[in-house]
Design a binder for this molecule. Structure first.
Ligand SMILES: O=C(O)CCC(=O)C(=O)O
Ligand SMILES: [Fe+2]
Length: 256
């Protein structure tokens, strides 16, 4: 986290891998459906509160590049309000979302220990009890087109952690402190990226890592984003604002 802004994490338990496999099978089926079928699950811009489908050529994740990414996505923002979603995808997605929420609790506690902070500090803001405003958790299932060009522009992730399944195929590249981009693959688990909030939380000790997806064969990746309730106050690049304001600002840019 200090030098590279990411770590590799082996599957914590077999159930995680099983629920991921079920999700990948359902995703394969969903993305192979006709465009008109998939479009009925679009509920707004990428990043909207209901989640759902975003077609190819909508997202533009590199801030200010204006270049559209060669990817289609399906997003779940919740593990309970799912009636509007594609049912075949929602079933395994909810199970996987819950696995990821459990893993998020572990990573949050581990972070507190590493930073010498109260053990439940990050869990209290990610999973407030009773639930107050919306947290930043989101499951993204991304199907990349087989193209030679960069398929997902360079960016940092917006919030706390990204627990990313990349499969064994090349695609993900992270920027090293030297400025070079290096291929990262990990078949037996997740790549966990640090997002934009950590630098403010740790006084600059942990950094968010710039990464992108290079060209290659068709590929599915499954990032799970973790983030606090929207009203939590954060500092990003010297500016103090709420987590929700920062997330909305970054998402708005990625829809341009
Ligand atoms: O597809 C990948 O490996 C990376 C995805 C990513 O960077 C993201 O969703 O923020
Ligand atoms: Fe990312």
């Amino acid at each position: 986290m200090i030098k590279y802004g990411f770590v590799k994490l082996a599957y914590p338990k077999p159930e995680t891998h099983d629920s991921l496999s079920a999700l990948l099978r359902a995703a394969d089926v969903f993305f192979s459906k006709p465009q008109q079928f998939k479009d009925q699950y679009t509920f707004g811009d990428y990043g909207n509160d209901k989640g759902g489908y975003t077609s190819i050529g909508v997202e533009s994740v590199h801030p200010n590049s204006g270049k559209k990414d060669s990817v289609q996505n399906y997003v779940f923002r919740d593990d309970s309000v799912v009636d509007h979603h594609n049912p075949e995808l929602a079933k395994p997605a909810v199970a996987y979302f819950r696995e990821m929420a459990r893993l998020t609790r572990c990573l949050n506690s581990l972070s507190s220990l590493a930073l010498d902070l109260p053990l439940q500090k990050f869990n209290e803001v990610t999973f407030p009890s009773p639930p107050s405003d919306k947290n930043g958790l989101a499951l993204r299932i991304a199907k990349y087109e087989p193209v030679e060009d960069i398929r997902y522009g360079e960016h940092t992730d917006y919030q706390m952690f990204t627990i990313l399944y990349t499969g064994g195929e090349e695609g993900l590249q992270v920027q090293l402190p030297s400025g070079e981009f290096e291929d990262v693959t990990f078949e037996d688990g997740f790549v966990v990226n640090a997002g934009d909030f950590w630098a403010g939380i740790t006084n600059g000790r942990w950094r968010s890592v710039t990464h992108r997806v290079k060209g290659g064969g068709a590929r599915i990746a499954v990032p799970f984003f973790t983030g606090p309730r929207g009203s939590w106050r954060v500092t990003v690049g010297g500016e103090e604002l709420t987590a929700g304001e920062w997330l909305a600002r970054r998402l708005a840019k990625s829809n341009k």
